[in-house]
Structure formats: C-alpha cells, structure tokens
Design a protein around this ligand. Structure first.
Ligand code: NAD
Length: 476
C-alpha cells in the first residue's frame, strides 16, 4: 500500500517502506511507505490547495460525501474487518463492530451538518450581528493503533464536515485499514487533497505534523508522554490542540450490585481488544463483603476466554498489537510478582503451545489483593491484566479511584440511588458510567480530565472544536 496524498498513491520521498506484521502469527500483512518530514510538507501543500474549494461548499454537501462513504464502508465491512484483525490482532467480531462504528460516526456528523448555521443577534446600539463559524484550515490527526478506525472517525468526521482539510498519520503498527478507509472516502467523492494520509514514525511524521506552521490544529490520541511532546512541538506555532491520552479507569463494585452483571462488565471492560482500550477497566475496587464471590466468578469467566488468532472461530481474545506493548505488560506483572504484590488468580504469563509461539499473546490475568501503591495501580496497564483491591465502603473507594494522575473514565456498580448520586458527583473523570463501562456512542462527548487529556471529541460540540467564530457587527 502507498500513501494517499492529493488523491494520488505515492511512495515516500526516501523510497523506504516498513512492513506491517500480523501480531497473531508474525506474518507480513503488507507494507507502507516510511514517510518523513518532506512527505508531511507535500501533504500540507495538498491540503492547503484543497482548502478553498472544500471550505466553500455547504456543510451538507461536504457531509454527503461522508454519508456515501459510510454506506460503502458498511458494504465492504467483511474485507475491512479482516484487514483490521490482520494488522491489529483483535477478534474479527470486534473488528466488524469497529468498522460499523466508523460508519456510524460518519453518519452522525452527516446528520449534524444540517444544524450548522451560525448565530444572529440584533443588539440595540451595536446593530445586527452575525457570528459565523468558519473552519480552521489544515488540521493534523495523529492516531494510535488500538482502535484505528474509530479514532480516525472521531477526528475526520467533525474536521471534514466543518470544512477543514486533513493530514492524518496512522500508527506504525496499524496503518493499512486507515489508508483503505481514506481511499473509500476518495471514491465516495472527497476531492483530492482534502484528506491525506502520511504513514511513518511518530518521531518524523508525527513531530512534523505537530510543528508545521500551516497546520492550525492537531488532534492527537496516544500516550500521556507523547501528548506532552506534541504540546511542546506545537507550542511555537500556537495551534489548537485536542489531546486524548491514557487512562487508568477505576471500576467500583458495591455490595448491592448485581454481581453477575458486574462480572460481565469486567470481562468486557478489561479484556475487550486484549485490554488495549484507553477506557478499559484498569483498576477494580470491590467491597470486602462480596469480594470472594466476585473473584470466584471472575476466575471462572476469565479461564473460559479463548485466546488465539482473531480470525479463528471461537477466539474471544487476540494477541497484543506490538512487541513493546507485550514487553511492558510482562514487565509490570513481573514487577508485581517480584515485590509480592497480590496473588495471581488467573493467567500472569504468556500462554504455552505451538499455536502461540509466533504471536504476541498474554493470558487474561487477574491479580487479587494488590496493595494500593503497586505500579499496577499507578501506571496504565495497556493489556489484559486486572489488579483487584478490596474496599470497606464508598468513601475509601472514591478516594482510591481518584488517587490517580489519570481521569478518563470510571464506573460504579450499585442499585442505590444515593450511591449513584455520590459516585457520579465524586468521581474525577471525563465519563462516568453506572452499571456499565466502555460504551461510547458518537453522541456523547468524550475526553479526559487531569493528565488524560485536553478537549473533547464526539458529540455535537466536536464540530466546534474544528471551527472558529468570526463576529460581524453591522450598523446600518
Ligand atoms: P503513542 O503515544 O505511542 O502513539 C500514538 C501516535 O502518536 C502514533 O501514531 C505514533 O506514531 C505517534 N507518535 C509517537 N511519537 C510521536 C511524537 N513525538 N510526535 C507526534 N506523534 C508521535 O500511543 P499508542 O501506543 O499508539 O496508543 C496507546 C495509548 O493511547 C494508550 O496510552 C491509550 O490509553 C491511549 N489512547 C487514548 C485514547 C483516548 O481517546 N483518550 C484512545 C485510545 C488510546
């Protein structure tokens, strides 16, 4: 596959490529050009050239392209999902959902486009005032590998409907699905240069996107440390930033919770996408009185998770996406084991057997009785490992839940209206769920507090994040 710049398939200026591997088998899935700063500059030039015509169209005309693309994405879901599973590793069922999710997001912004009209005021003494909302210009989108299609949709949906043009950088270990989706948008009528994809490393392509003075906004999703670097690189040009960063979501299970439902919530919340979700359940706080039952039920559910190649029938959890991620998870679990931090109730190691030899697998893992100062609680664990601690009641649970530099998501599981009121008020997070976790429909604003990020994606106001207002005061 090549890069899509100005509607053309291009090699990188260096002529170099990098291979994309299937994390379940180690086999090559494809290759992509190793782009660099010059490739970003070409993409920026293309995006700048396309901006006047694209921004002059009505929001509805722009959004129609997204609507047609969404239809085509749904039609080609099977192939796209297979490509996503091959490069990312998730079970095919989850890949199908993610591709549909991308289409849902495009359709959502199509629907919102009809309401995009600006404002009008008639103020005595000042005259008639219009507040126009105008696109920002060229926007950069830098995305991770864990949910590449969904996160691409969160960024390009509002950016394009608002009239901006985009330079997008996919992650190095999952660039193929994003490039294919951009091709489909082009086939659906997106003019050349409106959406450009530059593949390559964060150090070159990503940093040039953050630094480039012609780019007026960068929306970045990834780790906290990388987000900080993006902010530093973007500072000299004072561009707008949306930073969607890491999380360490707490889940609190109270003694009046529906325990089987909470257990299913943990299974989906922690082990979906092999635990590689920003809003995965990463810390479990269970009331002491029900802890034994919750852990017993969890253990039996976790042991029933079928680990394997996401394309194989019956597999419910795939490999981790990349070796660095696997090594980090192995290191975090080993550190906890060496310091005797808790009891490994399930998993805790890479699986044995011929079918796992070439893949980046780790068993779904439960660690109970984890001390509150463990790295498993203080660091983001981006893999299928759940540290569990018991709590005497809600006050302690809220204190522990909030004792984190992260503040992305959080959930509380209870039937009590009083607990719901106190927990939803007290939890420091951008999104709080009650008796559920992980679900994020396109209508709901999404983003973090504290070090989990700046700004919001999703929801109707995401369009405003890609526009600026111009007030015009007319005295006649
Ligand atoms: P990452 O920060 O390593 O990389 C993200 C993207 O940034 C990639 O495309 C990468 O190539 C690029 N990049 C790397 N260095 C860069 C630099 N110096 N300048 C510009 N770009 C650079 O993150 P990752 O490992 O791909 O993703 C996992 C992380 O993303 C986790 O922390 C997870 O919680 C977070 N995440 C957050 C959200 C959210 O919405 N808050 C969603 C998904 C994932």
């Amino acid at each position: 596959m090549k890069m899509l710049i100005n509607g053309e398939w291009r090699d990188s200026v260096s002529g170099k490529v990098f291979a994309v591997h299937n994390p379940a088998t180690g086999d090559a899935v494809g290759e992509a050009p190793l782009g660099g700063e010059d490739d970003v500059r070409s993409a920026v030039e293309a995006a700048g050239g396309a901006f006047p015509d694209w921004s002059a169209k009505s929001p509805r005309d722009r959004a129609k392209v997204l609507f047609f693309a969404a239809e085509e994405v749904r039609r080609r879901n099977t192939d796209l999902a297979a490509l996503l599973t091959a490069e990312q590793g998730k079970p095919i069922r989850e890949a199908v959902d993610e591709i549909n999710g991308f289409a849902n997001i495009l359709e959502y912004y199509y629907a919102l486009s009809a309401g995009e009209r600006g404002e009008f005021m008639n103020l005595r003494g000042y005259g008639r005032i219009t507040v126009e909302r105008r696109p920002l210009g060229i926007c950069g989108a830098i995305i991770p590998w864990n949910m590449p299609a969904i996160i691409m949709g969160w960024k390009i949906g509002p950016a394009l409907v608002a009239g901006n043009t985009v330079v997008l950088k996919p992650a190095r270990t999952a660039p193929l699905t994003c490039t294919k989706l951009a091709e489909i948008l082009g086939d659906a009528g997106l003019p050349p240069g409106v959406l450009n994809v530059v593949t390559g490393s964060g150090e070159t392509v990503g940093r040039e996107i953050a630094r480039n003075p012609a780019i007026r906004k960068v929306s970045f999703t990834g780790e906290v440390g990388t987000g900080r670097q993006v902010a530093l690189d973007a500072a000299p040009t004072l561009k707008r930033l949306t930073l969607e960063l890491g999380g360490s979501d707490p889940m609190i299970v109270c003694d009046d919770a529906d325990i089987p439902m909470a257990v299913e919530g943990v299974i989906r919340g922690r082990f979906y996408n092999c635990g590689q979700v920003c809003t995965a359940v990463k810390r479990l706080y269970v009331y002491e009185s029900i802890a034994d039952e919750v852990i017993r039920r969890l253990k039996s559910r976790v042991e029933a998770i079928v680990v394997g190649n996401g394309m194989d029938r019956g597999v419910s959890m795939g490999p981790l996406n990349n070796r660095a991620g696997l090594e980090r998870v192995v290191g975090q679990v080993d550190a906890a084991r060496e310091r005797d931090e808790g009891e490994i109730v399930a998993g805790g190691r890479v699986p044995e057997g011929k079918e796992y030899e070439r893949g980046l697998f780790f068993l779904p893992t439960l660690i109970a009785g984890v001390p509150h100062d463990s790295v498993l609680f203080s660091e983001e664990v981006f893999g299928p490992v759940l540290p569990i601690a018991t709590v005497p009641g809600l006050d302690e649970a809220l204190d522990l839940a909030n004792n984190s530099r992260y503040g992305l998501g959080a959930s509380v599981w209870t039937r009590s209206a009083d607990v719901i009121a106190r927990a939803t008020e007290g939890l420091e997070a951008g999104i709080v769920w009650v008796n559920q976790h992980l679900k994020i429909p396109p209508e709901v604003p999404f983003g973090g507090t504290k070090e989990s990020g700046i700004g919001r994606e999703n929801g109707s106001r995401a369009l405003e994040e890609y526009m600026e207002e111009k007030a015009v005061l007319i005295r006649l």
